[in-house]
Design a protein around this ligand. Sequence first.
Ligand SMILES: [Zn+2]
Ligand SMILES: [Zn+2]
Ligand SMILES: [Zn+2]
Length: 275
Amino acid sequence: MKITYLGTAAAEGLPGLFCNCEICQRARRLGGKNLRTRSQSLIDDTLLIDFPADTYAHMLHYNVPLSHIHSVLITHTHQDHLYLEDPGLRFGVFSHELDGKMTLYGNDALVRNYDKMYRSDPNDTHLDGNLDCVELKEFVPVCIEGYTVTPLLANHDKNEKCFIYLIQHGETSLLYGNDTGLFPDKTWSYLAGKPLDLVSLDCTTIKYPDGNNHMGIADNLSVLKKMSELHCLKPTTKVVLTHFSHNGEMLHDELQQEVEPYHFVVAYDGMSVNF
Ligand SMILES: [Zn+2]
Ligand SMILES: [Zn+2]
Ligand SMILES: [Zn+2]
C-alpha cells in the first residue's frame, strides 16, 4: 500500500491563515516542508481521506486524479476535514465527462450535513449518479474499493462521533489516526492483536501533551507503548506523525530531529510512504 499526505496541518493551516506568531513567521520565511495545508491523504491513488477546502490546491500541486476518485472517507465534519460545498460541484456545467459517482463515507454528522445541503428537496435530482453519502457505523467493517475499512471511535470533539480508520488490503494494515487524543477503551479492544504495518498519528500539539482531543509527542509515545503491549506492532511497523499546529511550536526539521530517536517519520505535504 501507499499513503500520500496531501495536507498535514491542523485547522488554521501552517502558517495560520491570519497568524503572525513567531512559528508562522519563520514558516513563511523558510517555506518548503514548513508550509502545511489542511488535512487530507490519499491511499494508493484510489481512496481519499477527508475533503477540506484545500482539496483544490492539492489537486493542482500533486496531480490528484479527482475525477477518477470514487470513494472518500470522512473522519469528522470539522472545517479542516470537510468542505461540503466543493463535492457539490460534481455535476453538469461544473464537471464534464465524469465516470460514475463519488461517495462520501462517514459518521451521522456527515450524513445530517449532507442531507441538509443536498437532500432537503426530494425533487432535486441534480446530484443523482454524481455524488452520494453513506453512513458508517463504528467497528463495523465495510468493503470500499477493495479495502476493508473499519471506522473506530476517536477521542475528539465530544459533540460528534469522530472516526479514525483501520484500512486493510490483503495482509497489509494501516491505522489512520487523526483527529484524536488517546484512544477510547472500545477502540483499544478492537485493535488488540491486530498487527499494523503503518500507524499514522495525530501530533497536533507537538511538544505539549494533550491526549483528550489531540496528541503531542508524549501522547504518541504512550499510544505506541500500549500498541506494543497489545501486539499491534511488528518490527517493521512504520510510524508517521501528522496534523501539526503552530501552537506545538516546532518547524519541520526541529520536529524530525526531536522524534529521530523513536524512528518516527514527520509527514509533510506531498510525502508518500510505501508499506
Ligand atoms: Zn483537524
Ligand atoms: Zn502562528
Ligand atoms: Zn477536528
